[in-house]
Design a binder for this molecule. Sequence first.
Ligand code: GDP
Length: 330
Amino acid sequence: MICVLSGGTGGAKFVDGLRQVMPAEDITLVVNTGDDLLWWGLYVSPDIDSITYVLSGMLSRERGWGVKGDTFLCLQAMGQLGEPTWFHTGDRDLAMHLLRSRLLAEGKTLSDATSVISEKLGVKARVLPMSDSRVETRVDTPAGELSFEEYFVQRWYQDPVNSVRFAGASDAEPAPGVIDAIVSADAVLIAPSNPITSIGPILAVPGIREALQRAHGKIAAISPIVGNAPVAGPAGILMAAQGLPCSIAGVAQAYEDFLDVLICDTRDARPAEALRKNGLRVQCTQTIMRSAEDKAALAREVLSCVAPAPRAGREPIHHGVAARHLDPQP
Ligand code: GDP
C-alpha cells in the first residue's frame, strides 16, 4: 500500500499519474481539510472534492477543480438573488456538497461521508480526510485574518501575508485510519502540493508528524517549487511568510524531520547537488505535469525511488505495490 499526503490541484495531478501506473485499490490518500468552508450553507471540502473527482474520472482537467463539462446555472441564479458568487461551484459539483452536507447533518463524520461518496462514485482508492475535527487554515494579512479560500479565491492571493496558522489543530485528532496508513505503508509520498497550506495543515494535526517519523516505508516528497518559483499559486509567498526560502531547499526544510528522498525538477540540478552534500537523497526528473504521459512518467519515477532496494548477491526481492508496478514485465 502506498500512502499519499495531498492537497487539491497539484496533488490531484500527481494522483492522476499514480492511478495510471498502479492499482487504485493500493493507494490511500490523506487529504488536507484546512481549506474546507461553509458555502451557501453547504459543507465544501475543496481538496477532498478534487481528489475524489480525479479518482472517479470526473475532474475537469482544464480547470484543475470541479466536474468536467459542468454548468454554472445555480451560481448565476444565486448571483441574481444577491448571494456571493466568488467561490465557483458548478451544478453537478453542488450534488457533492449537498450530499456531504446532508450526511454530516445526519451525524456522520467527515470520514464516513467521504467514504459513502467515494463508494457511490466508484472510487477504488481509500480517501481519508486528515481529521474529522475542524482545522481551519487562517492567513494573517494587513487587511485582517482571512480563511484560505477568502485569501486564495476571493482576493486572488494579492494580500501580503504576515503568517499562517491552523485554527483548531492542537485539539484535533487524525481521522480513523490515518496513522496506520502512514506507519504501515510500503512508501509515503508527499504530493507536489503547497507545503504551507496543503501539507502544513496535515502535519499540524497532532500525531501525524510523529507517524511520519516512525513510518516503515520510505518517504518521498515531490517539489511543487521549480526553479525557485511555484509552478502555480501562492506557495512562494506563503513559504516566505513562514520563514522558508522558495526553493527546493525550502521544501526539504519543511519536511526535514521525516524526508528520505526529495524529487525535484531537472532544472534544479544545481541546488539539488548542494542538498546532496548535506546528506539528503535528491532525485532530479521532469516534474512538470502537462499530459497524461508526463503524469505517469513522474509517478513511475517516484515509485522507483521508494521501491525497496534489491538485496546484494541475490535475485531482487520485491515487496508491495511499488515494486510490482515498476518491474518491466514482458
Ligand atoms: P491547492 O489546494 O489547489 O493549492 O492544491 P495543491 O497544494 O495540491 O497544489 C498547489 C501546488 O501544486 C502549487 O504549489 C504548485 O506549484 C504545484 N503544482 C501544480 N502543478 C504542478 C506540476 O505540474 N508539477 C509540480 N512539480 N508542481 C505542481
